[in-house]
Design a protein around this ligand. Structure first.
Ligand code: FSX
Ligand code: SF4
Ligand code: F3S
Length: 407
């Protein structure tokens, strides 16, 4: 654990000291640690404990990390996702856990006062602070499209990130250019890595990303001076190691060939798979399917019935049209953890075949009856036709529809 950070004018306290001083309950902190454990069940040293209480015990001794947050071409969604939690107290708690030294959107000062605050924070914690960058950086025409206090954003980035102990690019814009870099990219928007290729940078893409991923990285750096293992896109593996499709709650519908074909159709209302609506989940690495937003179950794109747009993937988001159906590049079989949807291949007796057929027929029939019962949309195309779903001659049984596996 790094020594206590002594600054010229003050000493930062530990997380425990701060929470006690500000009257934050232990229960709130342990709850926060439990969310951190869910966001990083493995691959992050600080959550590698048996219980949230153990995580809280370890983190409580950590010196509050000084954070300088700079914002360029962004929508502020990344800040919003961090602080607009469903429990107002949680946003408050986060600001006690980290020591936010500079953040244009949140600070009271502006103009020369804000500039002075930034200069002081950089000098005071030089080489020790975490620099969080939000938004893309314009490079076209010498970066004239965004200036802060008269200096191009490129220059501000080089100064502030250059003196940081760790650099984190939060959101897809800071990671590779994001929305501002979408065609026709008028400002020549790029990510932090493009301008500081030799620096160690952690990318936390997402539009916006999950805030616990950010907090996990910041706190691990504060606790041990280390960063978590990264993938080839410099994303922390603990949060981006799986694709959405692998653990999507609609996956059983994908495997069974139940696809939404129009927003508001019967399949949509019943929570079927959004693949044919352009869902990019099969090619998108992120934890959204198991780590939802704002501490509210099902609050994530697919959870509310919208296809995933691949916002964590540089080659997909704001590049591939939102509703374009993609090829399946990842394995298309259901994960081993799911119950099989078809009987394993092999020889079975004619009697057994008859029994299975009768049971499957009964189940499909029941599903068919149920779906007819729920429908109240005249002429709804997603309804299983005169036959049960998946049967011959129905849209679900037509091999020309549904996912196309790449070779
Ligand atoms: Fe970009 Fe973040 Fe998307 Fe917005 O700031 S990643 S547009 S959610 O807010 O930068
Ligand atoms: Fe979920 Fe999208 Fe995969 Fe369908 S295609 S199972 S909605 S991730
Ligand atoms: Fe983004 Fe897809 Fe998750 S759009 S928020 S990666 S479900």
């Amino acid at each position: 654990m790094p020594g206590r950070l002594r600054a010229s004018s003050r000493t930062l306290d530990t997380i425990d000291e701060r929470l006690i001083r500000c009257g934050i309950t232990r229960r709130a902190f342990v709850q926060f640690c439990s969310s951190l454990m869910i966001a990083a069940p493995f691959g992050l040293a600080i959550t590698d404990e048996k219980t949230p209480e153990d995580v809280a015990q370890g983190l409580g001794k950590v010196i509050r990390p000084p954070v300088i947050w700079i914002a360029f071409q962004d929508c502020t969604g990344c800040t919003e996702t961090l602080l607009r939690t469903s429990h107002p107290d949680l946003g408050d708690l986060i600001l006690h856990i980290i020591s936010l030294e500079y953040h244009e959107t949140l600070m009271a000062g502006s103009g020369a006062q804000a500039e002075e605050a930034l200069r002081q924070a950089v000098d005071r914690y030089s080489g020790k602070y975490v620099c969080i960058v939000e938004g893309s950086i314009p490079t076209r025409d010498q970066g004239v499209y965004m200036k802060l206090a008269g200096r191009p954003a490129m220059q501000v980035l080089a100064d502030v990130a250059g003196k940081a102990g760790a650099i984190i690019a939060i959101g897809s814009c800071a990671a590779w250019g994001g929305i501002p870099s979408a065609d026709p990219d008028p400002t020549g928007a790029v990510g932090v890595v493009d301008l500081l290729p030799k620096k160690t940078i952690v990318n936390i893409p997402g539009c916006p990303p999950n805030p616990y991923t950010l907090l996990g990285v910041v706190l691990q750096f504060a606790a041990s001076g280390t960063l978590p293992e990264l993938d080839e896109e410099r994303r922390p593996k603990f949060a981006y190691d799986r694709d959405i499709h692998e653990h999507c709650p609609r996956r059983a519908h994908f495997d069974a060939g139940h696809f939404v074909r129009q927003f508001g159709d019967q399949g949509h209302r019943e929570g079927w798979c959004l693949y044919e609506m352009g869902c990019k989940g099969p090619d998108t690495h992120a934890g959204c399917s198991t780590r939802h937003f704002n501490e509210i179950p099902d609050v994530w794109p697919i959870g509310i019935g919208a296809p995933c747009i691949g916002c964590t993937e540089k080659s997909i988001a704001f590049r591939v049209p939102m509703f374009k159906v993609i090829q399946i590049h990842t394995r298309a079989e259901p994960p081993a953890t799911y119950a099989p949807i078809s009987s394993p291949q092999g020889t079975i007796s004619p009697l057994a075949t008859g029994l299975v057929g009768a049971a499957a027929g009964a189940l499909l029939g029941a599903g068919y009856v149920a779906s007819r019962k729920f429908s109240n949309v005249p002429g709804d195309q997603s309804l299983p036709g005169p036959n049960p779903p998946g049967g011959p001659g129905t849209p679900d049984g037509d091999p020309s529809t549904g996912p196309k596996a790449s070779q």
